[in-house]
Ligand binder design. Structure first.
Ligand SMILES: C[S@@+](CC[C@H](N)C(=O)[O-])C[C@H]1O[C@@H](n2cnc3c(N)ncnc32)[C@H](O)[C@@H]1O
Length: 265
């Protein structure tokens, strides 16, 4: 089962048109420069969506394989890559069962809270161990996750946003239900496309995402062969993390398999 299916994938870039992807890519690049050891040129992106971070990071000189499990999102990414004559290799991959022939990436990224689609402990450990396998020793895993402290403090059960487009209007209603014990937010998107001639179409998609605490994530990283290097409140050099930080950017380094921590949680 995928997410961002069909028309929802085609509307994705409208919904996130004001997201500062280039700035975020710049921050990721600065983390790679600061924490990477030696040559870091081969980058793998997991859950790349419509490719906005990959296309921006390519400008910093990386050779990029960008993957997602939504064929519809990849179709959008590939269309943009074609227009901009990008060399990013967009591929279908489910991050829960990565199948990449050459697994010695210098950096792996997974942004915009996409790790949270992996809801269970078992699947999360599988994903992190898969990422560890795909990195060379000393390689970096840079990812962003939804912060439980912010979510539990003041999540919004109902959000409505509206966009004006040449054909009329797009209205997105997001209804969120929390399961605090499982650390899951279930978000149902109802999207209406209202045409100027009075006709409309609608779609519905529910996505379930997990949120995490920093020390919990440090434990998951430790259990899958990583050392946590630094944590930031979003894509900024802010290391003081409070419950107002909705998104945490984590930088972790892959340990050599021989020194991998084998503790379970
Ligand atoms: C919120 S979007 C983020 C997309 C992109 N990283 C961005 O910043 O715009 C989440 C993405 O995660 C992808 N995704 C969710 N679960 C996945 C999985 N198991 N394997 C690969 N991609 C996955 C979805 O298809 C979607 O493109």
């Amino acid at each position: 089962m995928s997410s961002y299916i069909g028309r929802h994938a085609r509307l994705y870039d409208l919904f996130y048109a004001d997201k500062p992807y280039a700035q975020e890519a710049e921050f990721v690049h600065s983390c790679i420069q600061q924490y990477g050891d030696g040559s870091t040129t081969r980058l793998l992106e997991l859950a790349c969506g419509t490719g906005n971070h990959a296309l921006a990071l390519e400008k910093h000189g990386y050779t990029i394989t960008a993957t997602d499990y939504s064929q519809d999102m990849l179709e959008q990414a590939k269309a943009k890559a074609k227009k901009t004559v990008s060399q990013v290799d967009f591929q279908w991959q489910d991050m829960r069962s990565l199948e990449l022939p050459d697994c010695s990436f210098d950096v792996i990224i997974c942004l915009f809270d996409s790790i949270g689609y992996v809801a269970t402990n078992e699947a999360l450990l599988q994903v992190l161990r898969g990422i560890h396998r795909c990195l060379r020793p000393g390689g970096l895993f840079i990812f962003e996750f939804w912060h439980a402290a912010a979510m539990l403090k003041e999540y919004d059960p109902l959000r409505i946003r509206r966009w004006t487009v040449p054909e009329g209007e797009v209205l997105r209603i997001s209804e969120t239900v929390l399961d605090p014990a499982k650390q899951l937010a279930s978000v149902t998107y109802t999207i209406y496309e209202l045409k100027t001639d009075g006709s409309y179409s609608s779609l519905n998609e529910t996505q379930t995402n997990r949120f995490f605490l920093v020390q919990e994530m440090a434990g998951w990283l430790m259990a899958s062969g990583f050392v946590a290097v630094n944590w930031f409140a979003g894509f900024a050099n802010v290391e003081h993390i409070t419950e107002d930080a909705w998104h945490i950017v984590a930088v972790a380094r892959s340990k050599d398999t021989s020194e991998a921590d084998t503790h379970g949680l």
